[in-house]
Structures are given as C-alpha cells and as structure tokens.
Design a protein around this ligand. Structure first.
Ligand code: GLY
Length: 323
C-alpha cells in the first residue's frame, strides 16, 4: 500500500499528519503530554519505577535503566535477567542495549551470570570508547565496575529446560507467557528521549546465538529529533529488516507511531517465503510529541504506558486487524 492509499484507508489525513517531520515535530509546539514511558508487554512495576524518576524531573536515561532493572531482577520473568530461559545447552545468556537522546549507545551480548545487563550496557556507553562488549569481555568489564556474579538459571527455568530437552523441538514460542524481551522508551520533562531493551533471548537458542535486542537499529533506535522504537519477539526477523531504525525513519516521514510500527511489521509479513504465522514480532514507538503506538504480527502483544493518566496496559493491534 502506498502512502496515499494508506492515508485514505486509515483516515490519518483527517488528523492532519504531515509528510514532513519538521512540520509534525514543530519546535514551537511544546508537548503537553510529557513525561511518558512505554514498555513492551505487561510490566507495570517497571513503568512505575521509570515514572517515579520522570515525574521528579529525572532524565529519561535513568528512567529507562531503572525500569529495565525491575524486570531483570524479577525471577518469575523467564525472558529477561535472572530466571531467563537458557540456551539449548543450559546457559542463560543476556543481551541488552541502551541509547540516549544524544545518539550515544552501549550494548552487551552473550553476558553470563550478571543479571543487570542494561546497567552494563549503559556503562559500556559511558565508560568505554566502544559500543558493544561481548561474552567474557563484557563480564570482565561488569566485574571491574563492581557487579557480582550469580547463577541466573532458576529451578523453574532449569526444569522447563530439562522438559524441553526430552523432545528438543526447535520452535520459537509465540508470546512467552505474555512477557518477552523488555523494551522501554521514555520522554522526559526536558523533551529528551531515551530507550533500552534487555532479554535472555530466544528460549533454547543455539549456543552463541545473539538476537536483535543488543543491536542498535534493530532491537532499539532513538533519534531525539524524531522519536524512538523498540522491538520484541523473534530477533532474527527484526535483524533482517533493521526494524527499530525503520520505525523511526517512518516517523521522520510523518507516520504516526502506530502506522510506523504497522509498516515495519508488514515488511516482515510480506517477505518472500515469510512463515510469519509461526512467530511473533512486536514494536512500540514514541515520537517527539509524546505520542505512542504499537503493532504486532500476532494477537497477544501489549504495551504498558505510564503518563499523566496513569499506568495502564494496552492491547496491541496486530496484523490481521486494520488500524
Ligand atoms: N527479541 C529477542 C531475541 O530474539 O533475542
């Protein structure tokens, strides 16, 4: 569908959404909705923590780090931090990245035994000349920064892995307990946008596999002039379409956050030989005006949003439903 027919079918033209982002994000208009924080899935404790920081005039980067840490420390979440499901050999390995309003970013991949991957990603950004640290090097760096090692494989995740090994079916799980990679985006009272995402990655992945979440542009992208986007779901499909960068670039062209997420999802769905019915990908996005949106391939994805009207979980639109 081209831009013209998209506008026609969705009625967005009547909302006055311009093609030129400089029109959409006029510097003369001070957004009234800020601050705002959004996150993938139903993670109200995480958005609550972020909001506490934002409402006290805190910076969006601090809100993102502290919000993501809530889920990393939650032993019951099997897709992030401690309690994450392991790879097929029983190793829990974490990926995370963070990006601030200045366009700086940091990331860790294949991090073992340190649950707060998001904080290590931030330290990579702030304390090293690099963007990505991997594996043993990332762990060595984390230890040098005062973090300690712990076993991230909980009894529950270990027994689920042992059960999985009975058949060893290698198939992505759609909507892992309605809680998958945690991605978070926030705009603070100074109108600065930051984002982060953190994950234990695809359950029962091959050893060494890295997904989209620590890859800037795929799992997360922020452009403080335009907005930010973050992905959840099957990382391979997000990587192949550089999804979060795409969503931000679509917002730059004037698409709303929901439209931009929808178009990025359609890129995946419409690929030749796409078997999209077998996996989930979801995006959430925020623009410079504090407007937010989300879209997914499958039913079941949701976004948590905390703004002046409160902390709520919003069901995402998905591929088979028109916006
Ligand atoms: N989106 C997380 C992953 O695929 O690893």
């Amino acid at each position: 569908m081209d831009r013209r027919s998209f506008i026609k079918s969705t009625g967005v033209a009547t909302l006055g959404i311009g093609l030129n982002y400089s029109k959409t994000f006029s510097s003369n208009i001070k957004p009234t909705s800020n601050p705002v924080v959004i996150a993938t899935w139903d993670v109200k404790n995480a958005t609550n923590k972020a909001w506490d920081i934002l409402i006290k005039n805190g910076e969006s980067l601090d809100a993102i780090e502290q919000g993501c840490r809530v889920e990393e420390a939650n032993k019951d979440g099997q897709s992030v931090g401690i309690g994450g499901l392991p790879d097929r050999d029983g190793n829990v390995t974490l990926d995370a990245c963070i990006m601030n309003h200045k366009g700086n970013c940091g990331s860790v991949v294949y991090l073992k035994n340190i649950k707060h991957a998001i904080s290590i990603a931030r330290l990579v950004m702030e304390k090293t000349p690099h963007v990505i640290l991997a594996g043993d090097g990332a762990k060595k760096f984390a230890l040098s920064m005062g973090f300690f090692e712990e076993n991230l494989l909980t009894d529950k995740s270990k027994s689920d892995w042992i059960n999985w090994k009975k058949n060893e079916k290698y198939k992505p799980i759609i909507n892992v307990e309605n809680h998958d990679t945690i991605g978070m985006l926030a705009i603070d009272k100074n109108n600065n946008i930051s984002g982060g995402c953190t994950t234990s990655g695809l359950a029962y992945k091959m050893q060494g596999r890295v997904g989209d979440s620590p890859i800037i542009g795929s799992g997360l992208f922020i452009d403080n002039e335009v907005g930010g986007a973050v992905a959840t779901g099957l990382g391979e499909e997000v990587l192949k379409t550089v999804g979060s960068f795409l969503v931000v670039e679509l917002m730059r062209q004037g698409y709303s956050p929901t439209e931009a997420c929808k178009i990025a999802i359609e890129r995946i769905v419409k690929k030749p030989e796409s078997n999209y019915k077998n996996f989930q990908v979801g995006y959430i996005a925020i623009n410079k005006n504090g407007e937010t949106g989300c879209y997914a391939i499958q039913e079941g994805f949701s976004m948590t949003k905390y703004d002046k009207s409160g902390n709520s979980n919003i069901k995402s639109l998905f591929h088979d439903k028109k916006i």
